[in-house]
Design a protein around this ligand. Sequence first.
Ligand code: MG
Length: 336
Amino acid sequence: MKNNEKILLAHGGGGKLTHRLLKELIFPAFSNPILAKAEDAAILDLKGKTAFSTDSFVIQPIFFPGGDIGKLAVCGTVNDLAMMGAKPLYLTAACIVEEGLEVSTLEKIIKSMAKASQEAGVKIVGGDLKVVEKNACDKIFINTTGLGSIPKKIDISAENARPGDAVIINGFIGEHAAAIMSARQDYKLKTSIKSDCASLNYLIAGLLAKSGHIHVMRDPTRGGVATTLNEIAQQSNVEIQLEEDQLPISAAVRGFCEILGIDPLYMANEGKVLVFVAQKDSGKILSAMRKHPLGKKAQIIGKVSRGNNPQVLLRTSIGSTRIMDMLTGEQLPRIC
Ligand code: MG
């Protein structure tokens, strides 16, 4: 691709420029035999239970500390598959690009998607690229859809939390949202906070191998840990008690939240999983997490009880109890 070249409407037109983009950038980056067939649809051979998930990524800015929209689009869908206990296998990627975007920027994003998919062990087997007129979208939006196979015996569901379960998270909370907020410079706060954006499928496969008593897994993305736990409390009809003292929060995020008066429990994460596991296996799962590079700061943050209402309670450092409701409204648009 030439220096300073810009994306033109014709790059999405299906003609010569589209074919050049495919030949020079996309096919080499995602190189795999299924994609290389260049048919109208990828042909896959799937057996057994299959997880199937889709997500669109409209994050602003498209490059941020700890990642970019391409990495996020791969990790986000990989994680949604992994949360169901699936082994992520295949992704499709559809990009909507604004006319005038530098081709070199698109190239960086495509290469980042290729790297993230290799690291997660998934193949990008299909995709699409459309170009819209200037101002019809903001730089680039990406949709990824993914398929993963669920091993027999796996039964993970947000309906499966049981009284007595321990609630475990694999590390620091709030980092993705804090990184995006500071990258946007809306608050003129300089921080060194990086997004936690990462694919969790290998971490999770290791946990599933350790315990047959993992009941729920969910990634606390938009709305943060508090909102995700409320979803689980409602779907399983249980009460969840969180211990404020046990919440893993980095000093940088804690300071950031204090200055802005925001609660890290409502801030988005992109490399975290909440695991509900039977109490007897909680020590095993915690130590397995801590041995993995993406789980070093793992903590048991609470437990499930029968309760009278499906709700999330926070026992604070000073011993009082507070109801943590779902996030109301939008804390931060275009966080993912
Ligand atoms: Mg999710």
